[in-house]
Design a protein around this ligand. Structure first.
Ligand code: HEM
Length: 184
């Protein structure tokens, strides 16, 4: 996993729990990298899991809730660093459709060693979408927070439900996203 995700996680911890919490977390996590991340470096994604597990113990918050909150924070950071991805897409659903076809494609050009998940978007009428997440890594809760945070950035309110699926031996997580102003 790219270093920028780790540096952003530590930024999120500092912002939410204070600078001491960052030091405590790195000390408790016993990281092969030692926790000195650079944005362009690449680190084992298991370090992210250990950081989140230890932060969960420190903050008494379930790991998936932390990943979700981190995703909501991270999307704002992405908007600051990559504003064009948000300008190109007029609505939340346009944006979510562009992850696989455009955003992560550009990310791969910047970071050829990025380990990116795969997303398949399907619109269900005007107010709902299925977004299927396929990854060998367990970051569906992070995706959920990124989706929710993106909705907020677009000024749209949505309900997001998550379900686990398997098709022809391939596992994926489906996000069923419903615009709440579209619920009659
Ligand atoms: C401006 C928008 C975005 C940018 C710049 C961006 C960039 C990135 C980068 C740099 C990584 C790390 C790759 C690695 O660790 O090697 C990543 C991973 C990831 N991205 Fe995006 N992303 C964006 C939007 C989104 C959105 C909206 C979602 C959710 C639907 C998403 C879901 C994920 C997930 C879940 C991962 C973790 C890796 C995995 O599951 O395998 N991204 N993205």
């Amino acid at each position: 996993m790219k270093g920028m995700v780790f540096t952003e996680l530590l930024g999120f911890v500092e912002h939410t729990y204070g600078a001491d919490a960052v030091d405590d977390l790195i000390e408790a996590s016993d990281l092969p990298s030692g926790g000195a991340y650079t944005a362009v470096g690449t680190y084992d994604h298991k370090e992210m899991q250990s950081l989140v597990a230890n932060l969960s113990a420190q903050s008494n918050t379930p790991p998936n809730e932390l990943l979700d909150l981190f995703g909501q924070h991270l999307i704002g950071r992405f908007k600051a660093s990559f504003p064009d991805f948000f300008k190109t897409a007029a609505t939340l659903f346009d944006f979510l459709e562009s992850i696989d076809s455009h955003i992560h494609v550009e990310v791969r050009k910047l970071y050829p060693d990025a380990e990116l998940p795969e997303f398949r978007a399907e619109r269900l009428g005007t107010g709902a979408m299925h977004l299927d997440y396929r990854s060998n890594r367990p970051f569906a809760a992070l995706a959920s927070g990124l989706i929710l945070g993106a909705a907020q950035l677009y000024g749209e309110t949505v309900l997001i439900e998550r379900s686990a699926h398997e098709h022809d031996g391939e596992k994926f997580v489906r996000f069923s996203i419903q615009k709440t102003d579209a619920i009659a």
